[in-house]
Design a protein around this ligand. Structure first.
Ligand code: ZN
Length: 133
């Protein structure tokens, strides 16, 4: 894994949170994107080489809606940049990690993404992401 690509934060109201985080960082988000397949609306802030991704559910059965219902707003996942996502999935499976989707799916921000189950990573949802070239 190369670096922390972004940290995902689950929020109830992405417009209000865009304003809040813009004040916190003293800069605006640089894009918003909806991932219909995941039932989320996202926005991104660039901070040096890392990003903050805000996630708002667009429907009640969205994983983000379920997360907020259970735990409230807050850090939802940490995403790590990888060079070869297929090789990483194989490696991590062999190490005993639980891979939620073995076939990488298209996430926000032009990335292929795979998630690792939090119960195999001390309670933190981990996202692997590889830029689609
Ligand atoms: Zn993410």
């Amino acid at each position: 894994m190369n670096k922390i690509e972004h940290i995902g934060i689950a929020v109830k109201d992405i417009e209000a949170s865009n304003e809040l985080f813009a004040k916190l960082f003293n800069k605006k988000h640089y894009k918003m994107e909806e991932v219909a397949s995941e039932g989320v609306k996202t926005s991104f802030f660039q901070l040096g080489e890392s990003k903050i991704e805000l996630l708002e559910a667009t429907r009640e059965d969205s994983p983000i809606a379920k997360f907020i219902a259970k735990k409230g707003e807050g850090v939802h996942h940490i995403a790590f940049d990888v060079t070869d996502i297929h090789a990483e999935v194989e490696r991590l499976k062999n190490e005993g990690f639980i891979v939620l989707n073995e076939t990488p799916k298209k996430g926000a921000d032009n990335k292929l993404v795979v998630f690792l189950h939090p119960k195999s990573t001390n309670g933190t949802l981990i996202e692997l992401c590889q830029e689609i070239i």
